[in-house]
Design a binder for this molecule. Structure first.
Ligand code: FMN
Length: 239
C-alpha cells in the first residue's frame, strides 16, 4: 500500500506519534511505501489568493515547485493521511495553507478522478478541547476532493509533548490506532471497486448541473469537465 503522510507540524510530537502508531500497524498487515511531508518545510508559503490554480491551471500556482511534488505523491497513494495538532480549536496554520493550495481539486472545481478510490485519514491531537472542528477542517477537504472513504482519529492528550502523555491515554491511542489500521487494511482490497457514498455522488451531480450550462463561470473548470466526459454522464469514480 502506498501511503502519503502530510504532517501539519514540524514537531515529532503527539500527533506525529499517533500517525506512526497507525502506519506501524498497517505495516503488520501489508507492505507499505511511505511518502512523507512536513509542513511548513515542504510547502513554506501561504496561498496568496491569486486564483491562478482556479482560473488558469494548477501548474500556474506560484508555489508549483512544491505543490506538484506533493500532488504526485497524493496521486500515487492509496491512503492519504493528513495530521495536525489542534491550534485554537482548528488545524495549524500550515495545514490550513496546505488545504487552501489544493482547493482547485474540490468537486466544485476540477474533481481529480484519482481521488475516488483512495482512503483518507485525518488525525488530530489537542491538549484538551477543540479536536472536533480541527478534524472537520481536514475531513471536509478529503470529502470534497472526492476521497472514497475517510477515517478520523482524534485524541485529547492532556499534554504539550508526547513524553508527557499519561500512560492510560497512550494505551487508548494505541488501541484506537490498531483498530483503525485493521479497518483500513481490510477496506484497502475493496476500495478500488467501491462506489463513493450517496452524498459524494449527489454533490457531484449538483456540481454537474451548475457547471454544464455555464462556461463563463470558469472556462478552465468547464473545459476540464468536458474533456473528462463528466457532462456526458461519465463519473470520476468509474475511471
Ligand atoms: C498555538 C497553540 C494553540 C493551541 N490550541 C489548543 C486548543 O485550542 N485546544 C487544546 O486543547 N490544545 C491546544 N494546544 C495544545 C496542542 O493542541 C496539544 O498539545 C497537541 O497535542 C500538540 O501536538 P504535537 O505534540 O503534535 O505538537 C495548542 C498549542 C499551541 C502551540
Amino acid at each position: 500500500m502506498n501511503i502519503v503522510l502530510i504532517n501539519g507540524s514540524m514537531r515529532k510530537g503527539s500527533t506525529y506519534h499517533y500517525a506512526q502508531m497507525v502506519i506501524d500497524n498497517i505495516k503488520k498487515e501489508s507492505p507499505v511505501d511511505l511518502f512523507e511531508f512536513f509542513l511548513p518545510k515542504d510547502l513554506p508559503n501561504f496561498c496568496m489568493g491569486c486564483y491562478s490554480c482556479i482560473f488558469k491551471s494548477e501548474d500556474k500556482c506560484p508555489h508549483v515547485n512544491q505543490t506538484s511534488i506533493i500532488q504526485k505523491a497524493i496521486d500515487e497513494s492509496d491512503l492519504v493521511i493528513l495530521t495536525s495538532p489542534c491550534y485554537v480549536f482548528d488545524v495549524s496554520g500550515q495545514m490550513k495553507s496546505f488545504l487552501d493550495h489544493f482547493g482547485y481539486q474540490w468537486m466544485s472545481h476540477r474533481p481529480n478522478p484519482k481521488m475516488f478510490h483512495k482512503i483518507g485519514l485525518g488525525i488530530v491531537t489537542a491538549a484538551g478541547a477543540g479536536m472536533k472542528p480541527a478534524l472537520k477542517t481536514i475531513t471536509r477537504s478529503l470529502f470534497w476532493w472526492g476521497i472514497g472513504k475517510t477515517y478520523g482519529l482524534s485524541q485529547a492528550v492532556m499534554a504539550a509533548s508526547y513524553s508527557e502523555i499519561p500512560e492510560k491515554i497512550k494505551l487508548k491511542m494505541e488501541s484506537k490506532a490498531l483498530k483503525t489500521a485493521k479497518s483500513i487494511a481490510k477496506n484497502f482490497s475493496k476500495i478500488k471497486k467501491m462506489k463513493p457514498g450517496f452524498l459524494t455522488r449527489f454533490l457531484f451531480n449538483i456540481m454537474k448541473l451548475g457547471k454544464s450550462g455555464h462556461p463563463e463561470w470558469n472556462q478552465v473548470d468547464y473545459d476540464f469537465w468536458k474533456k473528462n466526459g463528466y457532462f456526458d454522464g461519465f463519473k470520476p469514480w468509474n475511471a
